[in-house]
Design a protein around this ligand. Sequence first.
Ligand SMILES: Nc1nc(=O)c2c([nH]1)NC[C@@H]1CN(c3ccc(C(=O)N[C@@H](CCC(=O)O)C(=O)O)cc3)C=[N+]21
Length: 277
Amino acid sequence: MILDGRKTADELNLVLKEKVSLLKSKPRLEIILVGNDPASLSYVKGKLSTTEKLGMVTNINYLDEHVSEKEVYDLIHSFNHNDEVNGILLQLPLPKHLNSEMLMESIDYRKDVDGFHTINQGLLFQKKAGIRPATPKGIMMLLDHYGIEIEGKHAVVIGRSQIVGAPISKMLLDRNATVTITHSKTKNLAEITKQADILIAAIGKAKFVTKDMVKQGAVVIDVGINRVDGKLVGDVDFNEVEPIASYITPVPKGVGPMTICALGYNLYELYLKQRGE
Ligand SMILES: Nc1nc(=O)c2c([nH]1)NC[C@@H]1CN(c3ccc(C(=O)N[C@@H](CCC(=O)O)C(=O)O)cc3)C=[N+]21
């Protein structure tokens, strides 16, 4: 069965829209986009149209690819101190001359819609309330929407990035899954992934997961967004794996729309916290 991220996001967005309509003002997100990478542009435009439909405001700050670090820093600083700004998103990746770690850390964690700030990652690590990274949060919302059981299941995560692999592992663990994290140095990868009841593919390599790596009846979540000959391809060989999976996310219309949906929920949460609601 296909886990339809687009349809689920639409439904959850409707719920969010209702909540947003009850607020005194519109939550506002500032996106900082450096350079003109076409993939980043298209993603940011998706975000823009979604938030507008939800009754929230998104401003995109287009910066030249040669912008100085200080200019980006100063812009973030001004948003940190502007009470009308509820969320700040610094679109990654940044050009090499900019220190993305330093710039991400300069975002006030109370406006960190991505949940990438050290404080938010620490709150996740300590199982305390905080903003969760959008992609893992979107995946959890998708699993829950379809009523997929997590407790006691063996979840295998391929990839250990700070953005997806590490936080999704912790979030699954906190829901009482038994979690195995695998990565580029893992030996006998297929032997491990074949044990997964829930398999999360977050490698960044097109069609990396083939059917010999998947157990019959597994739930397969494909986090990959790879562009091959102008087409979007996931980290999972969908045609091969779909027949043996009990549930599987497609690319596009799987995890991508859920990420954007989770960002909307994060912005709403930030707004409430900032207003002391
Ligand atoms: N600070 C930051 N936060 C991010 O959340 C972030 C980022 N930087 N940098 C880039 C990645 C990528 N990302 C996507 C989200 C949704 C889709 C999405 O909705 N994709 C559609 C297809 C869109 C298309 O056709 O291009 C889908 O999968 O159906 C894609 C990519 C968020 N990112």
